[in-house]
Design a protein around this ligand. Structure first.
Ligand SMILES: [Zn+2]
Ligand SMILES: [Zn+2]
Length: 279
């Protein structure tokens, strides 16, 4: 088992000193080793990211029409109530305490994490690893999601709870059945291992992918959202996923748009405006 002294003795190497992220990695290892080496750190990072990214949009939802961003709300006639917010947040807390936390404990006993490396990843390793994992996850979830909408039994038992709300709101991001959350959690853990990602890449990816998942559910089509900033409509974003909650036979991919385009399930802005007017 490593400790701070052993980590410190291996720092810095000539390779490490050339890396842009090395000072950050050294700081994490030398100042926060107990926290970042804990098997519960990824879980803490994931849940706190969900909470921190969701909270500002919950405040906007409570402000409703008084919010300066209300003009960007996609389904203006539907407002989440405090009860709906508490229910969805409660589902997320319950699932994490009852299913995810024991799974982390068991995994740590059966397959303990390897010691943290002394050398940071290069920026290229971090970006390419994160992008690779996102693309693999997007593919896995697209087909899983498609199958769960096509099969009525799977839909009812596993995915239907996520469609309790036609108009998504930030806390509803993790309003998932335990089976769906554990499936998503399994892929999120196994994909970076398959691509041999550095722990710093994994943690960055955790925060980034949860931000993108919350962004999918905020219910606001913000002009500076990634869906608008990334060219050629490569990302789906809030509008695409909001349409999925209104029209569940469309937009199955969580992040990117290529699988929905290939399978003819991509629905873009125009039909949504029509749906909104019809309602
Ligand atoms: Zn959703
Ligand atoms: Zn769905």
């Amino acid at each position: 088992m490593w400790n701070i002294t052993e980590v410190a003795l291996q720092l810095p190497t000539s390779t490490a000193s050339n890396r842009l992220l090395q000072p950050l990695w050294d700081h994490l290892l030398l100042r926060h080793y107990i926290v970042v080496s804990s098997p519960f750190f990824p879980l803490l990072l994931a849940f706190s990211s969900y909470f921190i990214f969701s909270l500002p949009f919950a405040i906007l939802d409570i402000l409703g029409e008084r919010s300066p961003l209300f003009k960007y709300k996609i389904q203006k006639s539907r407002h989440p109530t405090i009860g709906m917010m508490l229910r969805t947040l409660g589902t997320a807390v319950y699932n994490h305490l009852v299913f995810v936390l024991p799974a982390v404990l068991i995994t740590n006993v059966v397959m303990p994490s390897p010691p943290l490396p002394a050398v940071a990843p290069t920026v290229w390793e971090l970006i390419s690893g994160a992008l690779g994992v996102l693309l693999i996850f997007d593919t896995q979830y697209f087909f899983w999601h498609l199958v769960h909408h096509k099969n009525p039994h799977l839909y009812r038992w596993v995915h239907a709870i996520h469609h309790d709300y036609i108009s998504p709101f930030s806390w509803s991001t993790q309003h998932l059945s335990a089976v769906e959350l554990m499936t998503v959690g399994f892929w999120s853990n196994i994909n970076p291992i398959l691509l041999k990602c550095h722990p710093l890449t994994i943690w960055t990816l955790t925060v980034f992918s949860i931000w993108m998942s919350v962004e999918d559910h905020i219910g606001y089509d913000l002009p500076y959202s990634p869906g608008h900033l990334v060219p050629f409509g490569l990302l789906g974003g809030a509008m695409a996923h909001d349409i999925h909650h209104q029209k569940p036979s469309s937009n199955f991919a969580p992040f990117f748009s290529h699988w929905d385009r290939l399978f003819g399930t991509a629905v873009t802005v125009k039909p949504t405006k029509k749906i909104d007017k019809e309602k």
